[in-house]
Design a protein around this ligand. Structure first.
Ligand code: CP
Length: 301
């Protein structure tokens, strides 16, 4: 397979800084990887993964992508590093940069953690944002966009419904920004207290029952009603805002269900639907490896 032109990136921080051309280029490269393309850098490349917030899908999909690309990988272990002595993420990242890594993959609780790092002349490596609190989750977003494009072959005219904890979701932010720019129409649904935040103006708020009848993609966010201050019980949340089997049956024939992960079975989505034929949840996870390969290549090339 002939290697397509790669659009070089210095950092990967937010979908808002990616042009539509870059988004499509990453999707096509990720699909090439899925179809069997391989790539190895001519010189050794060093990566450090710094996941200071818990993660399964993002962390290990980056690790798999790094192994496929033959990268030299350092894992920042928050249990055995100097975090317990009070070392900040900023200082730890400066340390890795001084040690000579080419890029850092960082998951943090703090929105815009990268601003301070980018202002330092000692930060000489690339930064990849693997989720910054309620800010952005650009690698997840790119994997979601790849999954949608793979199924429909386009974004223009698609109707995308995002349901759940909109205000706290970095994925809702990233996806609604990218999808509206690519020509899709975004709709939001969820408890009133969660229907606010940065992205809410990008789409129409509708009821979940109207949403399931209308949309091509039903994107379900992880819901934690108690932790996020709702008075609803888990059962009440599921009845009012969960993707139930009954709701899924009313979706259009070619429509798909996606989830930001990790799933909360029988809270935000019915247990039976996670591996249903309408569900792309497992495909999303598979695609995350190929998309992260495309992102890493564009950073390190
Ligand atoms: N979707 C997502 O970010 O999952 P993790 O928190 O497991 O990485």
């Amino acid at each position: 397979m002939k290697r397509r032109n790669i659009l070089k990136m210095d950092h990967f921080l937010s979908v808002s800084t990616l042009s539509n051309e870059t988004i499509l280029s990453l999707i096509h490269r990720a699909l090439d990887y899925k179809n069997g393309a391989t790539y190895h850098f001519l010189e050794p490349k060093f990566i450090a993964n710094m996941f200071v917030e818990e993660s399964t899908r993002t962390r290990y999909s980056f690790e798999m992508a790094q192994l496929h690309l033959g990268l030299k990988v350092l894992e920042y272990d928050t249990n055995s590093s100097s975090v317990s002595k009070g070392e900040s993420l900023y200082d730890a990242a400066l340390t890795f940069s001084a040690l000579g890594v080419d890029a850092l993959v960082i998951r943090s609780y703090d929105e815009h953690f990268y601003d301070q790092l980018l202002s330092s002349s000692n930060m000489t490596c690339s930064l990849i944002n693997a989720g910054d609190g309620a800010g952005q989750h650009p690698s997840q977003s790119m994997m979601d966009l790849m999954t949608i494009y793979e199924h429909f072959g386009r974004f223009e005219g698609l109707k995308i419904g995002i349901v759940g904890d909109i205000v706290n979701s970095s994925v809702a932010n990233s996806n609604s920004q990218a999808l509206t720019r690519l020509g899709a129409q975004v709709y939001f649904s969820g408890p009133t207290d969660w229907l606010c935040g940065k992205c809410i103006k990008l789409g129409d708020v509708i009821s979940l029952d109207d949403m399931v009848d209308t949309v091509d993609v039903l994107m379900c966010l992880r819901a934690r009603p108690k932790e996020r201050g709702l008075t609803l019980t888990v059962q009440q949340y599921f009845e009012q805002f969960g993707v139930t089997v009954e709701r899924a049956k009313r979706m259009k024939e070619n429509a798909i269900i996606m989830h930001t992960g990790p799933v909360n079975r029988n809270v935000d989505i019915a247990d039976e639907l996670v591996e249903d034929q309408k569900s792309k949840i497992i495909v999303q996870t598979k695609n995350s490896v190929f998309m992260n390969m495309a992102i890493l290549e564009a950073i390190l090339v």
